[in-house]
Ligand binder design. Structure first.
Ligand code: SAM
Length: 340
């Protein structure tokens, strides 16, 4: 499936999509260092502002449009900042994301954002998508429920031609100790773009556990240090040696901004399953229907031969008619739903 990735950053989402078997046509990213990281990782980076590109040539050629629009207006650090203008991409990248969606008309759209954007997304984004896609879903997923040793809750909007089943949470959680050998037996709090925040003079402040280094400070009895870039990248599920380019500040930002590749892969696989499951069912529908018909015929013959307890043998045809009809209706309803 061919992907156009907007606001691609260092490629956290791109890597997840790649791992799930998707192929990138372009990863659009304005920041020079992040674009250099994308290139070094082998992605087709287009170093540009999303507003400066002409997308018309891509119309009808893209299977998945992935976008992680900037979300300063809703990030927890800016909760009270509100929205200034909807054309201000740095604060709100949604209007441009929708604009590109209307031009490109992808088969699927997968958009990711902070969970605080939910009410805006449901009020503004979902109705626009409903006009373009048969099915639109909004999921809030915590990376810690999907194999990532980090509690990071993100909003996903999935729009496409078929309903997609949300991924099942895994039965156990990976911990910070599992991932980076810090003695903290829970998933880490969210990895931030600087992984360093304020001065923890008041121990109760640590209890808020706003970022991964808070957990590290508690685990090491207050010996606060910044998590290394490698630790942050590992908690984000980037593979060892992922080629981040740029100065230290930029690399922390690229890591902290990323969608954990493992979470992106989980979402991508759910979409792939909907795409492939649907076509498999479509192709085999006549075969499934004829097998069900044969089973039903055998059941009816068995019931005729030995009427169930409590059924008058004289009423057996009416009994079969009632129940077989009901069963047929149920099955045809189920098949119709799978193929729709
Ligand atoms: C939340 S991050 C994306 C993270 C990315 N999806 C990942 O998984 O690594 C948002 C990115 O959008 C980029 N960006 C912001 N405004 C942009 C614009 N107008 N055009 C292109 N990129 C932009 C930022 O530089 C930043 O890297």
């Amino acid at each position: 499936m061919r992907v156009l990735d907007l606001f691609a950053g260092a490629g956290g989402a791109a890597l997840g999509l790649h791992d799930a078997g998707f192929e990138h046509v372009a990863c659009v990213e304005r920041d020079a260092s992040a674009a250099a990281t994308l290139r070094a990782a082998g992605f087709p980076a287009v170093e540009a502002d999303v507003r400066d590109l002409d997308y018309a040539a891509l119309a009808g050629t893209i299977d998945v449009l992935w976008a992680s629009p900037p979300c300063q207006a809703w990030s927890s650090a800016n909760q009270h900042a509100g929205l200034k203008g909807e054309e201000d991409v740095a604060r709100n990248g949604w209007p441009w994301t929708l604009r590109v969606t209307r031009i490109v008309r992808p088969r699927w759209a997968i958009f990711e954002n902070v969970k605080n954007a939910r009410s805006y997304v449901e009020r503004v984004v979902v109705p626009e998508l409903r006009a373009m896609f048969a099915h639109v879903a909004v999921w809030v997923l915590n990376a810690a429920d999907h194999g990532v040793a980090q509690s990071r809750t993100r909003l996903f909007v999935i729009a496409g031609p078929r309903p997609v089943s949300p991924p099942e949470p895994s039965s156990s959680r990976r911990t910070m100790r599992d991932a980076i050998a810090v003695a903290w037996d829970r998933p880490s709090p969210c990895v931030m773009t600087n992984e360093w925040k304020g001065r923890p003079t008041d121990p109760s402040w640590w209890a808020k556990l706003n970022n991964a280094s808070d957990a590290l400070a508690i685990a090491t009895h207050g010996a606060r240090r910044k998590l290394t870039l490698g630790e942050c990248a590992t908690l984000q599920t980037f593979p060892e040696g992922y080629p981040f380019v740029g100065d230290v500040e930029s690399r922390y930002r690229q890591v902290g901004n990323a969608v954990p590749p493992m979470l992106a892969a989980v979402v991508a696989r759910a979409v792939r399953a909907a795409e492939e499951g649907a076509s498999t069912v479509r192709e085999s529908l006549p075969a499934v229907a004829s097998r069900i018909e044969r089973v039903l015929t055998a059941v009816v013959a068995g019931v005729r031969a030995r009427p169930p307890w409590g059924v008058d043998p004289d009423d057996i045809d009416a009994f079969i008619g009632r129940n077989a009809g009901y069963l047929r209706a149920l099955i045809s309803h189920a098949l119709h739903r799978r193929s729709a």
